[in-house]
Design a protein around this ligand. Sequence first.
Ligand code: ADP
Ligand code: ASP
Ligand code: MG
Length: 420
Amino acid sequence: MSRLVMKFGGTSVGDVERIARVARIVAAERKAGRGIAVVVSAMSGETDRLVGLARAAAGEGGNGAVIAGKEFDDEYDVIVSSGEQVTTGLLAIALRRIGVPARSWQNWQIPIRSDATHSKARIDSISESALGPAMDAGEVAIIPGFQAIGPDNRETTLGRGGSDTSAVAVAAALGAERCDIYTDVDGVYTTDPRIVAKAQRLEKISYEEMLEMASLGAKVLQTRSVELAFAQRVPVRVLSSFVEPGQPNPGTLVCSEEEIVEKQVVSGVAYSRDEAKVTLLGVEDHPGVAAEIFGRLAEASINVDMIVQSEARQPGRQNILFTCPDREAPRAAETIEAAKGKIGVEEIHIRRDVAKVSVIGIGMRSQVGVARTMFAALAQKGINIEAIATSEIKISVLIDAAYTELAVRALHTAYGLDAA
Ligand code: ADP
Ligand code: ASP
Ligand code: MG
């Protein structure tokens, strides 16, 4: 018996006509000896609407993703997880209408268990003891993505975009041959095809590169889903949900590096506007200061990314610059302010209109001059670099957010990624 997991994102299930097409795609994958599980997202716009309701009930303005305090986050999860449940029922009906046996499974019926971290929970276990045999008997199992139940039997959610992670986790638990992620683009591109018309679809991309691409801003797959696929060696294919069954739909295979014959120096360009820069001027320069600053930020669950330290003009002082997600910047500044006595910082500045642009490629490991190409391309467009971070397979720069698209396009051209 083989098993296949298919996942459909929000736009792909955006209305009942699209859900009917999803049903046709699922039906076409059925064959004797293969069990199918389908993981679905909420209909497009639905999660945003539910987040808005939760925030309004909590008396919060704006439309950020998470309720700020811990006071209501348990109920936030109850509210925002409801969107996916609706889609499971709608798809089950659509499948049965075309003669395919199907049923919805809610997370507690499987169960899919997670830790207790509301709004960004991690899946602990998925039982296949009820689900697996039902699928193997030919009934398509439809599962809501993005959610689980916590240790106290309460609803949890996995963070925005979390249905990808649900799908990969289900595939791993079921020992599926592959996890197919159907979305509104026909694969993983060299960069976001919405901002670079000349972006090209990749036939294959390694787990390592996809992990960097996702964590550096390419939202086509949630970062955690790639981590999980990498760790569990689940082959993942990204493909279009808008193609009728029977038509060509090759997509992109996310797979191990060994399966990629021609390793590109740079395979992709990613960007993130969800960045803020915090600059600390005149910090005391002695052992333990960095530990104090970054220890406190970690305790406050603030995700620090780039860090640059330099000598200040005054003797015995240094300047430290770091980046964090935009919405965490005010809290980061407060946290540092509270530590002022210990670290002796003279000035704290926050800049929120910055963006991070990154180039990613496994071929970088064995190639020189990759950074030079990047810096020269940006210089030619007059774009100033405010911070740099590198790893074995990526280079990231922090720039003024106003130049994000210009920078992404310039780099895409500079590394020869533009389609003819
Ligand atoms: P879904 O609702 O199916 O989960 P998402 O909106 O989360 O879909 O992800 C798909 C989107 O990711 C695309 O519409 C595209 O704009 C964006 N994207 C960003 N970077 C890339 C990339 N490198 N390749 C493909 N899509 C990308
Ligand atoms: N519906 C959730 C969201 O919009 C999860 C997902 O679509 O992956 O974030
Ligand atoms: Mg998504």
